[in-house]
Design a protein. Structure first.
Length: 95
């Protein structure tokens, strides 16, 4: 599991649905949609990865939170930067 507050780039796929009437031939061409998300890890378990791409140090809030099912994740690249989203902690040995 990836540590909380690690900055990551996540390559993942999402479902695509179409509730309109279509031919079987066209329906068989429907596929998943690839995404790339960048953010800080809020939690990472066997079943999901939750990241945030926005942090407000003024009131310790986050925005743009994305929860990705583990089965949809194709690749996670750690950016070698573990920190609380927002300004670096000057007492941290990694800063």
């Amino acid at each position: 599991m990836i540590k909380q507050n690690t900055l990551v780039v996540v390559k993942w796929v999402d479902i695509v649905g179409d509730d309109s009437w279509t031919t079987l031939k066209e329906a068989r061409r429907i596929t998943t949609h690839p995404f790339v998300s960048i953010g800080w890890v809020l939690s990472h378990t066997k079943t999901m990865l939750v990241i945030t791409s926005c942090y407000s140090p003024k009131d310790d809030t986050v925005g743009s939170v994305t929860s990705i099912p583990a089965g949809a994740v194709e690749k996670i690249t750690e950016m070698n930067r573990v920190m609380k989203p927002g300004p670096p902690d000057p007492t941290s040995p990694s800063n």
